[in-house]
Ligand binder design. Structure first.
Ligand code: 13P
Length: 316
C-alpha cells in the first residue's frame, strides 16, 4: 500500500515517490491516517536513510494518498502493434493467461493486430483478460477497402479500441476530427474507446505540450461533449517516449495527467488515464504510484510475457 502515497512536505515542495517505504514511528500513523486523502500525521524520523536527502522537513506531513482514485481500477493494455504470428501469439497468450488468473485488482487488455483477433479471442475465452483492437474505421459499413468497423470488432468480442494513437495520427494522417468520429463510432458499437493524446518532442521542447494535448482533447469534447467520457479511457503517450526507451519523468507524467483530469470537469475523478511510452517492468511501479496515473498502455513490453505480467502485477 505504501506505494500509493504522495507526501507534501510542509507548505513547500510536493514530493512524489514511486516506491515509498515508510518505517518506524510513522508506520502506525499511516494505518490511522491514509484512508483519507489529506490526513495529517506527525512523526519523528520516517524515511529510510536514502530518503533523508529528499525530505529536509521532518515534522508535520500532509499525506495525499491515492484515495482520490480509489474508485478507478487500474488498467494495463498491451498494444502489440504490427507484431506476432499464429505460433508466437499462441505461446505468448498461453504464458500470459497462465500468469494472470484474474484474482488481482487490475484489468488487463490485449490488442493484437486485426488478423489475430479471432485467434486471441479463442485463447482468452476462459481468461479474465479482455480483447481490444488497435484501430477502427469511423464508418458503419460500405465500400472502404481494407477497413474494419466498430460493429465488426464488437462481433469478435472486443471490448476496447485504441484510437488517436500517435502512429496513426502521424503515419496515416488521422486528424483530430477523424479521431473524434472514431470515438463516436466505437461507443455506438458498445465498445470503450482508449483515446490517445500526446505531444511531439518539438512541442515539449517549446513548452507547448499542454497546448497540444488540450487541442487533441477539445476536438473530441467539441464533437461528443464530456459526459460520454464516463465510458472511455484516456491515454497520455508523449510521442518522444514511444518506442524510444525514454520515459517521461514522474513529474512530467503527473503534470500532464493532472491537466487532462482537470479537463474532464465533473468526471475528473472517474475516468481512467493511462500512461504510455517505454513503460517497462523496472519503471512501472514508480509511474503507477502517481496519483493521476491509472495504469499503462504498453507497446514493446506487451510482447514479452514476463515483462508484461510483471507490469500487470505492479498495477494491482
Ligand atoms: P512502447 O511501450 O513500445 O514505447 O509503445 C508505447 C505505445 O505506443 C503503446 O501504444
Amino acid at each position: 500500500m505504501h506505494k500509493n502515497l504522495r507526501l507534501k512536505i510542509g507548505q513547500g515542495a510536493d514530493f512524489i515517490f514511486g516506491n515509498l517505504e515508510l518505517v518506524g514511528a510513522f508506520q502506525s500513523k499511516r494505518h490511522k491516517n491514509t484512508e483519507k486523502s489529506g490526513a495529517k500525521a506527525r512523526f519523528g524520523c520516517m524515511f529510510k536513510p536514502s530518503w533523508l536527502t529528499l525530505a529536509p522537513a521532518l515534522g508535520e506531513v500532509l499525506l495525499l494518498t491515492k484515495a482520490s482514485n480509489a474508485k478507478r481500477r487500474q488498467l494495463v493494455v498491451g498494444n502489440w502493434k504490427m507484431n506476432g504470428n499464429l505460433r508466437e501469439n499462441a505461446s505468448l497468450l498461453a504464458a500470459i493467461t497462465k500468469g494472470w488468473q484474474g484474482e488481482r485488482g487490475a484489468d488487463v487488455v490485449i490488442c493484437p493486430p486485426y488478423p489475430y483477433l479471432y485467434q486471441s479471442r479463442e485463447c482468452l475465452q476462459h481468461s479474465p483478460i479482455l480483447l481490444g483492437a488497435q484501430s477502427v474505421n469511423e464508418q458503419d459499413k460500405g465500400a472502404f477497402t481494407g477497413e474494419v468497423s466498430a460493429s465488426m470488432l464488437a462481433d469478435l468480442d472486443c471490448k476496447f479500441v485504441i484510437i488517436g494513437h500517435n502512429e496513426r495520427r502521424r503515419m496515416q494522417h488521422e486528424s483530430d476530427q477523424q479521431v473524434a468520429q472514431k470515438f463516436v463510432a466505437v461507443q455506438k458499437a458498445g465498445l470503450i474507446p482508449i483515446l490517445c493524446v500526446g505531444e511531439s518532442l518539438q512541442d515539449r521542447e517549446q513548452g507547448k505540450h499542454l497546448e497540444t494535448i488540450s487541442r487533441q482533447l477539445n476536438a473530441v469534447f467539441a464533437h461528443t461533449g464530456k459526459d460520454v467520457f464516463s465510458n472511455a479511457v484516456l491515454a497520455y503517450e508523449p510521442v518522444w517516449a514511444v518506442g524510444t526507451g525514454k520515459t517521461a519523468t514522474p513529474e512530467q507524467a503527473e503534470e500532464v495527467h493532472k491537466f487532462m483530469r482537470a479537463q474532464l470537469g465533473v468526471l475528473a475523478d472517474e475516468v481512467r488515464i493511462l500512461y504510455g511510452g517505454s513503460v517497462k517492468a523496472h519503471n512501472a511501479q514508480q509511474l503507477f504510484a502517481l496519483a493521476d496515473i491509472d495504469g499503462a498502455l504498453l507497446g514493446g513490453a506487451s510482447l514479452d510475457a514476463n515483462e508484461f505480467l510483471a507490469i500487470c502485477k505492479a498495477a494491482e
